[in-house]
Write a protein that binds this ligand. Structure first.
Ligand SMILES: [Zn+2]
Length: 237
């Protein structure tokens, strides 16, 4: 499951996102000259919602891409869409917690064993993606493989070069399409030595040893990046 819709595993997408951000900064600081008048609100809403009815050859697209006023409107609409989506995602997470709490209460007598398991201290792990996929044309097979134990993990991820600060959805999944989520959680970046990092706890106890994917999805880029991940039995680490 991918909460943000679009997904991609290609390093160049991240480079494109970075270029896009650089362009946006130029437009918003008034360094570009838009041609023609500002299009109406309905058109800008359509652009923000990526409506398929809007043709990319429409000259109004060209205008909006170079106009600070239009871009601000589009970004405001996109922010609203993201807020709605995030509310939905957090709502679903909260609903899951309620279900989990209910099940836990119901099977209290059988909880003793699991509670002892839950008290196991998380294993700290750092995954360094700084040099991952920064070159155009790099094949996913060349990405370094990361390995984590089948245990509660206190995970710190050093995000790849060019990564935006902000909130990320971090997930461990069975495949590269976001299916079979083992564990996931939201985390905000902290900057350290010029690198963006996220830290969160992931419970990987339910994962059997084998090959998985670690994914990072930025709340704004809406593209998920997948990294090969090996999960090892806790005893055999
Ligand atoms: Zn305009």
């Amino acid at each position: 499951m991918n909460l943000f819709g679009r997904q991609s595993s290609r390093a160049e997408d991240r480079f494109e996102a970075w270029l896009k951000r650089m362009h946006q900064e130029r437009v918003l600081s008034g360094e570009t000259e838009p041609a023609g008048p500002c299009p109406d609100e309905a058109f800008l809403q359509g652009v923000a919602r990526r409506s398929k009815k809007i043709s990319l050859s429409d000259p109004r697209i060209d205008h909006a891409a170079n106009c600070a006023i239009c871009m601000n409107r589009i970004m405001a609409t996109r922010q609203n869409i993201r807020t709605e989506r995030r509310k939905l995602a957090f709502g679903l997470a909260a609903a899951c917690l309620v279900v989990v709490a209910g099940v836990a209460g119901w099977s209290r007598h059988e909880m003793h064993h699991r509670q002892t398991m839950a008290c196991v201290a998380p294993v700290s792990a750092i995954v360094d993606l700084w040099n991952t996929g920064t070159y155009r044309g790099e094949q996913p097979g060349q990405l370094q493989s990361v390995s984590l134990p089948s245990a509660p993990v206190r995970l710190t991820i050093i995000l790849p070069r060019f990564s935006s600060p902000g909130q990320y959805l971090i997930a461990v999944t069975r495949d590269q399409n976001g299916n079979g989520v083992i564990a996931e959680g939201f985390a905000s970046t902290t900057a350290s030595n010029g690198q963006e990092r996220v830290s969160l706890d992931l419970d990987l106890r339910s994962a059997k040893a084998g090959e998985y994917f670690l994914s990072t999805t930025h709340e704004q880029d809406q593209a998920a990046y997948y990294y090969p991940l090996r999960i090892k039995d806790r005893a055999s680490k």
